[in-house]
Design a protein around this ligand. Structure first.
Ligand code: HEC
Length: 147
């Protein structure tokens, strides 16, 4: 059971990535009950680790909002802003793979914190990337809560 749960955080199994290397497929699978499970775990993690800045409602207006010089992003509006959910930037910004993480941003780099078990993710352009499965739960939560 545990193994199935791990493989299915975003509803993606490694073998499926080989066959279906597209975000469209990943998004389709996000509606599966197992992915919903991942998003639920993601919510708990988000509320514990991210909500102080980004807010319990993901609006970017958490309790830290007033004291931060660089304001936290509205995470509900990502799809609206980008046209599509920006899977790659969200992952790389959060786990620190993004080499252009804004200098002076108060947001911590979470890679080492969430990275214990790593999973591959298929991107819309056919590339693959990998990140921690715990972070993928948070991403599933964000993805499920775009306006
Ligand atoms: C100490 C405050 C703080 C915490 C805690 C924090 N963030 Fe942020 N976050 C920010 C700020 C400020 C920005 C905007 C500047 C930047 O991109 O670095 C940001 C930007 C982001 C972005 C970039 C959105 C975009 O494309 O513009 C994402 C995604 C994100 N945060 C997700 C998370 C997640 C997930 C967590 C928890 C694991 C988290 N943040 C925790 C302050 C925080």
């Amino acid at each position: 059971m545990a193994v199935i749960g791990r493989d299915a955080r975003l509803g993606i199994k490694e073998e499926m990535i080989e066959k279906l290397p597209s975000l469209a497929c990943a998004l389709g699978l996000l509606t599966s009950p197992l992915a919903a499970d991942g998003a639920q775990r993601g919510q708990i993690l988000f509320e514990r680790h991210c909500a102080t800045c980004h807010g319990m409602d993901l609006s970017g207006q958490g309790p830290m909002w007033g004291v931060l010089m660089i304001k936290p992003t509205d995470l509900v509006g990502l799809t609206e802003r980008e046209g599509d959910f920006p899977l790659d930037p969200v992952i790389t910004r959060t786990d620190g793979q993004d080499p252009f993480v804004r200098h002076g941003s108060p947001m911590p780099v979470y890679g080492p914190f969430f990275e214990r078990l790593v999973q591959k993710v298929g991107l819309p352009d056919g590339r693959e990337m990998q990140t921690g499965i715990t972070l993928l739960d948070i991403v599933a939560y964000l993805q499920a809560h775009q306006r």
